[in-house]
Design a protein around this ligand. Structure first.
Ligand code: GTP
Ligand code: ZN
Length: 310
């Protein structure tokens, strides 16, 4: 039998431990302890595993069967028209990659940061394409995020890739990091810089599952080096935060949370129109940017709506 490191669940579940590195509907690519990647299908009808999940799997001919999911540390969600869908598990950190062009949506950026805070993940922002003339405007829009303590990297990946990699690598070291961002911000460019053998890691099985398309359509786990994971995800249009309780929203937005160190008059204040509200006072004196407060109101309203079913 191959040697592998013991997992805490080794004694209580059948099969070997593996890491889901890619998922396509009911097809999963699972990386075994020895690094080989096996096409697996879930036992039973439900396919709940997502990239980053640790699973127990057993060989079945050339392929494998997923017997069980191991407990998750955290979970990130993507939003489609009707509902939240989970898409990555057990990730340590989030890099939101935006660019000088196309102009990024602050609402999406804020959603991603709320989702990371809710999942207990550290988040940073990467501003790419700083070679373009609109760079000052982009910097200005990011100022409130820097001020609330989110570190912002600034890069021009096409003209100075090595500088960007040298800045980014120490933060990535020994962790698993997911990169998210709208389409066209440079995620694939960055992945190719960080993971020179990315194509080889994707491998022929994934290529076949992806039916020859070249854009990133599914989240994919890469290894930058052993122990340092990198998850590239398709460009998002919207981001799922439906699982956040509206009353917790302000505590997941650092600029609002710091205003709340001086509590509002009412303990159950929603920070919309109540008198004696610390958040509204901070908006009035400029310590919370009005864009951020507008996003809070938009998210609060959205989270308070009853879910609709499609
Ligand atoms: N000017 C400029 N263009 C860049 C830079 N980085 C990437 N690009 C260009 O931006 C375009 C999009 O880059 P991609 O890496 O494909 O972006 P992506 O985020 O992977 O896009 P999706 O696959 O649609 O999610 C390409 O034409 C890149 O050459 C940069 O630093 N400056
Ligand atoms: Zn309040």
């Amino acid at each position: 039998m191959k040697r592998r490191s013991a997992s805490p669940n080794d004694h209580c579940a059948p099969g070997s431990s593996g890491l889901v590195v890619r998922g396509h509907g009911r097809h999963y690519l699972v990386e075994a302890a020895d690094g080989t990647r096996v096409l697996c299908h879930p036992r039973g009808k439900k396919s709940e595993a997502v990239v980053g999940d640790r699973v127990r799997w057993a060989p079945s001919g050339d392929e494998g069967v997923i017997e069980a999911l191991e407990p998750r540390r955290n979970l990130l969600y993507r939003q489609d028209e009707w509902r939240s869908k989970s898409f990555a598990a057990n990730v340590d950190q989030l890099l939101v990659l935006v660019a000088v062009e196309p102009v990024f949506s602050e609402s999406l950026l804020s959603r991603a940061l709320v989702a990371a805070a809710e999942a207990g993940m550290e988040a940073r922002i990467g501003l790419n394409k700083t070679d373009l003339p609109a760079v000052q405007a982009a910097r200005q829009r990011l100022a409130p995020y820097r001020a609330m303590g989110v570190p912002v990297f600034e890069w021009s990946l096409t003209t100075a890739m090595e500088t960007a990699l040298a800045e980014l690598r120490p933060w990535l070291q020994g962790k698993s990091t997911v990169v998210l961002g709208p389409s066209g911000t440079g995620k694939s460019t960055l992945t190719n810089g960080l993971v020179p053998d990315a194509q080889a890691q994707v491998g022929s099985i994934s290529e076949a599952l992806n039916s020859g398309r070249h854009t990133t359509t599914h989240t994919q786990w890469y290894w930058i080096e052993p122990g340092t994971g990198w998850l590239d995800s398709p460009g998002f249009q919207t981001f799922g935060i439906q699982h956040v309780v509206p009353a917790h929203l302000a505590s997941l937005m650092p600029d609002l949370a710091s205003a709340l160190e001086a509590p509002c008059r009412f303990a159950n204040c929603t920070h919309r129109q109540e008198p004696g509200c610390s958040v509204r006072a901070a908006v009035a004196n400029g310590s919370i940017h009005e864009n951020r407060y507008r996003i809070y109101l938009e998210l609060f309203e959205e989270l308070s709506r009853p879910p609709h079913y499609g």
